[in-house]
Write a protein that binds this ligand. Structure first.
Ligand code: NAD
Length: 353
C-alpha cells in the first residue's frame, strides 16, 4: 500500500483517483482537512476496500509513527501543504508550520520507520516529495526555462517554505540514506481545483456575473499542466526515478495570465453564452499587482522525458476545454465548496470531528 498525504486536496485527490483507476495497490489518505481539503472529491471511493482515509496532521508525529507501523506503506507520496501564494502573503505562519515543520516531522517519522523495516521492504521503499517550480524564482523574457540545476531563489513565503522542505528532503537522502525523490511541477489546472486559484476562480466568477480580476498588466507568464498529466508523471517518477534526484515536470505551455483568462472567456462564450449576448471578456478588470509577483516561470522537462519517457497527454487547448466543461457540469461541487456544505456532508459521512 501507499500512503498519500494531502490526498483530499486538488492534486492529491486527482492522484488517488488516477492511482486506483490504474492499479489495485491500496491507498491510505492522510489529510488534516484544512479549508482546501474536500472529501467530497473522493466520494466515488466510498466503500472501496482499496481506499482508507485518516484525518490527521503531518505535524502529529505520534500519529504518523503509529500509521507507518500499522500499515507499513511501501511508498509515501507527500502532497500535504499550504499551497496558495496569496494566503502566504497575508499569513505566512501556517506555511512555515505545515510546509517546513510538517515535512521535517514527517521525515523524522519516516527515518525511524525506514530503520525498522526489513531489508527487502527497505529496498522497495520510496518517499516522493511533491514540490513546485516556484522555488526557482522568477525568469526574465528570453531566459532559458528552469532546469533541475537552476539556483533556488524563492520570492514568496509559499515558495520559500516549499524550497526549505525540498532542502530537508534532499538532506535526509544525503545524511540518512532515505530513498527520496522530489518533483518540481508547474501550475496545475483541471477538475476539483479549489476556486481560489486562477482558472476555477475565473470560471466561477464569470458564470456568477462577477468581475474577472487580473493582477497588474496580466503579462505574468506561467507554464500550465493538466492535473492528470502531473499525476502520471508522479507515478512514473515513483516507479523509475533515480534515488535522491529531482525531476522538473511541466507542460511546455508558457502563457501570460491574460491569455488564460481570454481562453476561458472564449470557451464560456461558446459553451454557455451570456444572456445579453456579450462576451465574458467584458467582465475583465485589472487590479493592483500582488507584491513580489514573479514575472515568468518556465519548466524545462527534458530530464523526465529523456530518463522516464513521460510526456503530457493534454495540450493546453484540450486541457482547458475539459476543465471549463467540468466546472460547467459540476456546479453543485463548486456551490458546496463555496458554502461549506461539504463540511456538513463530511460530518454526516464520518461523524462529528
Ligand atoms: P491544495 O491546497 O489543494 O491541497 C493541500 C491538501 O493538504 C489539502 O487537502 C489540505 O487539507 C492538506 N493539508 C494541509 N496542511 C496539512 C497538514 N498539516 N497535514 C495534513 N494535511 C494537510 O494543494 P494542491 O494544489 O493539491 O497541491 C498539492 C501539492 O502540490 C503541494 O505540496 C503543492 O505545493 C504542490 N504543487 C501544487 C501545484 C499547483 O499548481 N496546485 C503545482 C506544483 C506543485
Amino acid at each position: 500500500m501507499i500512503l498519500v498525504t494531502g490526498g483530499a486536496g486538488f492534486i492529491g485527490a486527482n492522484f488517488i483517483l488516477e492511482w486506483l483507476r490504474n492499479a489495485d495497490e491500496p491507498v491510505l489518505n492522510l489529510d488534516k482537512l484544512t479549508y482546501a481539503g474536500n472529501l467530497e472529491t473522493l466520494a466515488s471511493l466510498e466503500g472501496d476496500p482499496r481506499y482508507a482515509f485518516v484525518q490527521g496532521d503531518i505535524c502529529d508525529k505520534a500519529l504518523i509513527d503509529r500509521l507507518l507501523l500499522k500499515h507499513r506503506p511501501r511508498a509515501i507520496v507527500h502532497f500535504a501543504a499550504e499551497s496558495h501564494v496569496d494566503r502566504s502573503i497575508h499569513g505566512p505562519g501556517d506555511f512555515i508550520q505545515t510546509n517546513i515543520i510538517g515535512t521535517f516531522s514527517l521525515l523524522e517519522s519516516v527515518r525511524a520507520y525506514f530503520g525498522m523495516i526489513h531489508e527487502d521492504e527497505r529496498s522497495a521503499f520510496r518517499f516522493l516529495h511533491v514540490s513546485t517550480d516556484e522555488v526557482y524564482g522568477s525568469l526574465a523574457k528570453g531566459d532559458p526555462a528552469f532546469s533541475e540545476t537552476n539556483r533556488v531563489e524563492p520570492n514568496s513565503p509559499y515558495s520559500a517554505s516549499k524550497a526549505a522542505s525540498d532542502h530537508l528532503v534532499r538532506a535526509y537522502h544525503h545524511t540518512y540514506g532515505l530513498p527520496v525523490l522530489t518533483t518540481n511541477c508547474s501550475n496545475n489546472y483541471g477538475p476539483f481545483q479549489f476556486p481560489e486559484k486562477l482558472i476555477p476562480l475565473m470560471v466561477v466568477n464569470a458564470l456568477a456575473g462577477k468581475s474577472l480580476p487580473i493582477y497588474g498588466d496580466g503579462q505574468q507568464i506561467r507554464d500550465w499542466l493538466y492535473v492528470t498529466d502531473h499525476c502520471a508523471a508522479i507515478r512514473r517518477v515513483l516507479e523509475g526515478g533515480r534515488l535522491g534526484e529531482t525531476y522538473n515536470i511541466g507542460g511546455w505551455n508558457e502563457k501570460p495570465n491574460i491569455d488564460i483568462v481570454h481562453a476561458i472567456c472564449d470557451l464560456l462564450d461558446e459553451l454557455r453564452p451570456r444572456a445579453d449576448g456579450k462576451s465574458y471578456r467584458e467582465q475583465i478588470t485589472y487590479v493592483t499587482d500582488r507584491p513580489g509577483h514573479d514575472r515568468r516561470y518556465a519548466i524545462d522537462a527534458t530530464k523526465i522525458e529523456r530518463e522516464l519517457g513521460w510526456r503530457p497527454a493534454e495540450t493546453f487547448e484540450t486541457g482547458i476545454r475539459k476543465t471549463v466543461q467540468w466546472y460547467l457540469d459540476h456546479a453543485q461541487w463548486v456551490a458546496n465548496v463555496q458554502s461549506g456544505a461539504y463540511r456538513e456532508w463530511l460530518e454526516r459521512q464520518y461523524g462529528a470531528r
